[in-house]
Ligand binder design. Structure first.
Ligand SMILES: [Zn+2]
Length: 627
């Protein structure tokens, strides 16, 4: 067996482990159940990927985030490591094939979403695999006190019965004491080794800045800190707007949100990673797997939903350990707006039911059907059709996702359907006038014979392949046809995909899952309260954040907006004292220091400030006097 370090060097090309990684790996290799809390997301996956490689057999990884699973599988494959993902939306036969591959193809990693564990036959198949380790990523999802509770995570515990000798490794980037205890209990971890890194980030200065002109403030911050930055905004629209505004001010800016086509996401991210754009304006969809060390500033333009997310997002600044800033901009009405938006957007049981039924109707799923069916989905269109409020609807869908009823995935796709509205004779004439389009049009007509009678869904890549051209050319021919009123064209953009994980059972389904809804809503209200507490002027921001994660510290950080403001109040008082003293008599710096009981630092600071402002001067006896 090769050592952990050799494996790290061979496949990951890193010279050494980061803090705690090696100890965690050793614990896993000793087959101990292990609980890991690494607050900044970087470096968690190494903790199971390295021992997974080191041991015979296959490592099972359970993760709720499909995007993260895809990202990790790709990453492993890039390193020539055999990894496979079992996600929703594929048929039972395909699933069986995949699992056969795992069993006979020497795969090292099998990723699956927790919903998959609800199917008994999958468990039966898993039992036939030589599993060496079960890693549970985002383990806080198993706790009702966590910010991201998913009941399907409770099923993981059953694996303990089937794999009593296999070590469990639970990983999370955020957990309070209560959540930690819950995780250990709900996963039935057996006397686990616990590894925990502090939430403290000494080089990160947390600032809450009140301003009535956020755009102006952003501009000021970016000018003062012309290094790499991330600006988080609430929605996709502000993403685009702010990025354009910043460009108009002369900054290099790009943007990122979940609804962008993947090529554009990749492109924009690359611009920022290569420092061709100083700023990336993003929604909270941005950040997964990003490890850019030299981010100087992370700015939040609106209040975050909870401090867990805020800590993660803000924590993307200063990974290189140089001084960095996490800035939250607040305007007077923000708290009221957040409360209002937030509280009105929490779905109740009736609303949840209505959304679920309408969602099924929307996709024409009959009662008792729909299992494993997958659809492209555009939230705005859905809301417009039924006159639903967008945010509340999104929250309801997210709840259905967390409960495992559906899987909601951000994935951009474009659906093109068309119908010819001129007779075929005229199409032939059009082709003779536009010979370049002939091959493509002929291919469309041959592939879709019904295209004169009906709106027909067109597969652009298929047409491009058949006509031996590229997709862009096909699109050009189609849009030209429309411009000339030859076809009726519908281009529909979808920004997500929905998979139905269960058959439609309307009230039965909703009654079963609605119990935790109230608790979740209550939790969300409390989370907002914590955010409001964080922006209060009460104490050191670093202290407030760490206390939220149940970490007690005594010292103020000295660099957050609270500490800095305290310091300047103190400085102001010192200066005043010195002025009053000099009103009485001339004095040397030593006399000032001794009489007023100041530190050398304070004395020098006060004298320098007063000299700079021309309030005092010095005579030949080295005495200061007021001007
Ligand atoms: Zn502080």
């Amino acid at each position: 067996m090769t050592g952990s370090l050799q494996i790290l060097q061979k496949y990951w090309k890193y010279g050494s482990f980061r803090e705690l990684q090696e100890e965690i790996i050793d614990s896993v290799l000793e087959k101990k159940d292990t609980f890991v809390l690494l607050p900044t997301s970087g470096g968690k996956s190494i903790c199971y990927q390295v021992p997974g490689m080191q041991m015979e057999g296959i490592c099972l990884v359970i993760s709720p985030l499909i995007a993260l699973i895809k990202d990790q599988v790709q990453n492993l494959q890039k390193r020539d490591i055999k990894a496979i993902a079992l996600l929703g939306g594929i048929s039972q036969n395909e699933t069986i094939d995949l699992l056969d591959n795992c069993q006979f193809g020497n795969y090292k990693f099998l990723y699956l979403s927790p919903e998959r564990l609800q199917q008994d036959w999958i468990i039966e198949r898993l039992k036939q695999l030589p599993i060496n380790l079960i890693a549970i990523d985002e383990a806080h999802c198993v706790s009702q006190w966590g910010h991201d509770f998913r009941p399907s995570y409770l099923k993981i515990k059953n694996l303990k019965i089937h794999f009593p000798k296999i070590p469990f490794l639970a990983l999370t980037a955020s957990a309070t004491k209560r959540v930690q205890e819950d995780v250990i209990q709900n996963l039935a971890l057996d006397n686990p080794a616990i590894f925990q890194k502090s939430f403290s980030r000494k080089n990160l200065a947390y600032h809450v800045i009140e301003t009535e002109d956020k755009l102006y403030k952003v501009r000021q911050i970016l000018t003062k800190n012309p290094q790499s930055s991330i600006i988080y905004v609430r929605n996709r629209k502000s993403c685009l707007e702010l990025s354009h505004q910043l460009e108009a001010f002369g900054f290099t800016a790009t943007y990122f949100h979940g609804g962008l086509p993947s090529k554009e996401k990749e492109h924009n991210m690359q611009l920022w990673l290569e420092d061709k754009a100083q700023v990336i304006v993003a929604t909270n969809a941005f950040g997964m797997g990003i490890d850019k060390p030299d981010v100087k500033t992370v700015i939040h333009v609106q209040l975050p939903e909870n401090l867990e997310n805020y800590y993660q997002e803000a924590g993307r600044a200063g990974r290189n350990n140089e001084k960095a800033f996490a800035i939250l901009l607040v305007s007077v009405g923000d708290v009221e707006i957040a409360k209002k938006q937030f509280l009105t957007s929490l779905p109740d049981k009736d609303f949840l039911k209505e959304i679920y039924i309408k969602l099924n109707n929307y996709f024409q799923i009959a009662y008792g059907e729909g299992f494993n069916e997958q659809f492209n989905f555009n939230l705005n269109q859905f809301c417009t059709q039924y006159n639903f409020p967008v945010l509340k609807t999104f929250n309801a869908l997210q709840y259905l996702d967390r409960q495992g009823i559906i899987t909601l995935q951000n994935e951009y796709s474009e659906k093109i359907s068309l119908q010819f509205i001129i007779p075929s004779k005229e199409v032939i004439r059009y082709m003779s006038l536009n010979p370049k389009s002939e091959e493509i049009i002929t291919t469309i007509l041959r592939t879709y014979p019904g295209v004169f009678e009906l709106d027909t869904l067109i597969n652009i890549s298929l047409i491009a392949k058949k006509a031996k051209t590229i997709e862009k050319e096909v699109l050009k021919v189609i849009t030209d046809l429309e411009k000339n009123n030859n076809i009726h064209l519908i281009i529909q953009n979808n920004d997500s995909r929905i998979t139905f994980n269960e058959i439609r059972e309307d009230a039965l389904t909703i009654n079963r899952i609605s119990k935790p809804l109230e608790k979740q809503n209550e939790l969300k209200v409390n989370q907002l309260k914590s955010v409001i507490h964080y922006i209060s002027k009460e104490k050191c921001k670093n202290k407030l954040l760490l206390e939220y994660f149940d970490e007690k510290i005594i010292e103020n950080c000295g660099i957050c907006s609270y500490c800095v403001s305290q310091k300047s109040t103190l400085d102001f008082e010192t200066i005043n004292k010195v002025v009053h003293f000099l009103e009485e008599k001339k004095a040397t710096s030593r006399e000032i220091q001794n009489s007023l009981d100041l530190t050398t630092e304070q004395t020098i600071f006060a004298i320098q400030t007063l000299l700079e402002k021309n309030k005092i001067d010095i005579n030949t006896y080295n005495q200061y006097f007021l001007l």
